[in-house]
Ligand binder design. Structure first.
Ligand code: NDP
Length: 295
């Protein structure tokens, strides 16, 4: 099967590695061409000079960009993705996108006989490397079945969430939970530090109790206690995700004060920490405001 992959970023690159071998014939494109060139040097893939060229020979085209806006913009222009898409091909957007833009893209491409599913992923860079990502899909079941052989190369759980945009909506809500868990765990550990309880002791108790989460079980022990703060998922992207979640709730008429507060806090942390900081570095802001470090 001929596959094109556009967006060799922190998560896109390890996903593409799984597609750079038979039975797939992979073509890659990246905005910064050097990254695509390096990838092509390490793997048996073709290098495309433009989004249109990447799509022109592919049955399934995967995009993995920061947000839906970049995906929509990628469609435009003489060398843009849309001009290269073949009738009957399928665009699988692994971006953590927003439902409304995904619906707009799906409608635009339908006019050209090109199918679309939103297929954001979860599991982080580690999950991408291991090929065990969870993929939440929005679109017709038959389209997801068409994409399945490709998705199975990097996923152990493929879930159809509903019609176009439903995958994006589920992903945004998962990210809202992640943000709330990080910030609330951070506040708890910071308050406990003022009581003289060190972070490892507090986490040992919490992780054997009912307050545990992925943040307390994995992110905090591996990144905060060690002070390593590896940069695997930019806080800018989590800020974007929680804003989408707040918008989804608002448009649905659901009062969501927790999600709105998480959106505001992560927007502030993003503004303060900059574009390249990791999402767990939000902890630095909590510590700074409290005037204490937890480890
Ligand atoms: P990165 O910032 O690491 O990479 C972004 C990619 O998009 C790069 O290839 C970048 O190209 C490209 N890009 C950025 N802007 C444009 C543009 N205007 N036009 C064309 N290409 C562009 O992001 P991630 O790989 O971390 O994330 C990608 C998506 O996956 C996001 O939606 C994110 O929320 C989601 N995600 C990320 C996870 C993670 O752990 N990192 C986990 C789960 C989901 P260039 O190399 O030129 O900068």
């Amino acid at each position: 099967m001929r596959v094109a992959f556009l967006g060799l970023g922190a998560i896109g690159r390890p996903i593409a590695v799984h597609l750079a071998k038979p039975p797939f014939e992979l073509t890659v494109w990246n905005r910064t061409m050097e990254k695509a060139r390096t990838f092509a040097g390490e793997h048996s893939v073709s290098l495309a000079p433009s989004p249109a060229a990447a799509a022109s020979n592919a049955d399934v085209i995967i995009t993995c960009l920061p947000s839906s806006e970049e995906v929509r913009n990628l469609l435009d222009g003489a060398d843009g993705l849309e001009s290269g898409l073949r009738t009957g091909s399928l665009l699988v957007d692994c971006t953590s996108g927003d439902p409304r833009t995904s619906m707009e893209i799906a409608a635009r491409l339908a006019g050209r006989g090109v199918d679309f599913i939103d297929a954001p992923v979860s599991g982080g860079v580690k999950g991408a490397e291991a090929g065990t990502l969870t993929i939440m899909c929005g679109g017709e079941a038959a389209l997801i079945d068409r994409a399945r052989p490709v998705l199975e190369a990097f996923s152990k759980r493929i879930v159809r969430c509903g019609s176009t945009g439903a995958g994006d909506a589920v992903k945004a809500m998962n990210q809202a939970l992640l943000a709330i868990h990080i910030w609330s765990a951070g506040e708890c550990l910071t308050a406990l530090a003022k009581y003289g309880v060190d972070a490892s002791t507090a986490l040992e108790v919490i992780n054997g109790s009912s307050g545990r989460s992925n943040a307390s079980e994995n992110l905090f022990p591996e990144r905060v206690v060690t002070r390593e703060f590896p940069r695997t998922f930019r806080i800018a992207l989590l800020d974007k995700d929680v804003a989408i979640a707040a918008d989804v709730a608002s448009r649905a008429g659901v009062p969501a004060p927790f999600i709105e507060l998480a959106s505001r806090l992560f927007a502030e942390a993003h503004a303060s920490l900059g574009e390249e900081a990791d999402h767990v570095e939000a902890m630095r802001i909590i510590e700074e405001r409290a005037g204490v470090r937890v480890s």
